[in-house]
Design a protein around this ligand. Structure first.
Ligand code: PLP
Length: 390
């Protein structure tokens, strides 16, 4: 169905951490024009995306970094790194949730020497424990998630990056759900490779992911064992540096949309975009606190992308979600140990302060339909009155 002002009422409000509501300019970019990806039209597009990615990450020494673009969701970028850079070295995954565990599971398939330092879901990574682990174990590479989307916690990549410098380890970061919303200083954090995708805070359609890496680290991949054909990271690097191309057929329409979403952020200003997302998160959080809702983690530990909220004990999640859906609002379920205990509300994409207001008003209305045994409470109230009368 066409999206236009006649049927705007059919719009869904995606209060999720991706997919997101995309800007009109992104929606129209997807069907920009038909090009052949083996012609210079595509080469310009790919190099334009790369340049914009290095700007989005505010890289200073741009000559030292390259970005490769992969057709596939964020997992494709993660798997291309984990299958291509480790070889037979020892990799340690730091995990405090679903997405840390996913890094472990991906790495384990390609590398036997994968270990994991697990912290409880929703708990902070403990830097002293990590430091001690690095002292006492043979680790070559550290990998972690920046924004652990399952709890909403923003993990300390600067501090872990410092540990990677002190202990002389390679450092890999999954920035899938933080890029575009939170500052990520690849140079300062000593990051060799990081991954992200099109469909979260960058605000485009799903299906495109990318890896930004240090040139000298990409170069080192040349002699590494090849473990996958499609996600061979060195091949992506080789193709972009030598031919300004991707190894296989790219999803060109999605790349048009992705380029436009990146341009939108650069036109707004990277810092302004971060501030805007933060402002929306604060509106949302203050509104939900006023409704008496309790968050899973402390506000100061949260990423600006989403909020994780305890489901009040008298509320049935499925009913709650479907009542919000009736108001065209989509929220997210908790995963793993959090399933049926929390719900998640994102504030990225084209959502505006007015949309946040609409959400908060709808949330209030829906919550009021779940009153706690009002019947019994009224009786108790009446009994009290009777007691005082006698
Ligand atoms: C969304 C996400 C991914 C990628 O998941 P896909 O299903 O491949 O899009 C990876 N890491 C984090 C932290 C994420 O939030």
């Amino acid at each position: 169905m066409q999206y236009n002002s006649q049927n705007i009422k059919d719009r869904l409000f995606l209060f999720t951490p991706g997919p997101v509501n995309v800007a009109e300019s992104v929606r129209s970019a997807i069907c920009k024009t038909d090009i052949c990806h083996r012609e210079e039209d595509f080469e310009f597009l790919l190099l334009s995306i790369e340049k914009k990615l290095l700007k989005l990450f505010e890289i200073k020494e741009t000559d030292n970094y390259r970005a490769v673009v992969i057709t596939g969701s964020g997992t494709a970028a993660n798997e291309s790194i984990l299958s291509s850079v480790v070889g037979n070295k020892n990799i340690l995954i730091l995990s405090n949730g679903e997405f840390g565990e996913r890094l472990y599971n991906i790495s384990k398939i390609h590398n036997q020497n994968t270990s994991i330092l697990k912290f409880a879901w929703g708990e902070q990574l403990d830097l002293e424990t990590i430091d001690a682990y690095l002292k006492n174990n043979d680790v070559d590479i550290i990998s972690m998630v920046h924004h652990e989307t399952s709890s909403g916690m923003l993990n300390p990549i600067e501090q872990v990056g410092q540990l990677s410098i002190v202990h002389n380890k390679m450092f890999i970061v999954d920035c899938v759900s933080s890029a575009g919303a939170e500052p990520i200083d690849i140079e300062k954090c000593n990051i060799s490779f990081c991954s992200s995708s099109s469909s979260k805070a960058i605000g485009s359609y799903p299906g495109v992911s990318f890896v930004i890496g240090a040139k000298r680290e990409f170069e080192k991949l040349k002699d590494m064992p090849i473990k996958t054909t499609y996600l061979n990271l060195y091949k992506f690097y080789h193709f972009i540096t030598v031919y300004s191309q991707t190894p296989n057929t790219p999803a060109v329409p999605l790349l048009f949309a992705f380029e436009r979403a990146l341009l939108n952020i650069l036109e707004e200003g990277v810092g302004n975009r971060h501030k805007h997302i933060n402002m929306l998160a604060n509106l949302l959080r203050e509104g939900m606190e006023r409704l008496g809702l309790k968050f899973l983690i402390n506000r100061e530990d949260m990423c600006s992308v989403l909020t994780t909220i305890h489901i009040p004990s008298h509320v049935d999640l499925d009913v709650f979600k479907s009542k919000l859906r009736d108001k065209r609002i989509i929220i997210y379920d908790g995963k793993g140990p959090f399933s049926n205990k929390v719900f998640q509300v994102g504030n990225i994409g084209t959502l505006t302060p007015d949309d946040i207001d609409y959400f908060l008003n709808s949330l209030k209305e829906v919550l009021q339909t779940f009153e706690k045994f009002p019947f019994i409470e009224n009786i108790l109230e009446n009994n009290k009155e009777m007691e005082t009368v006698y």
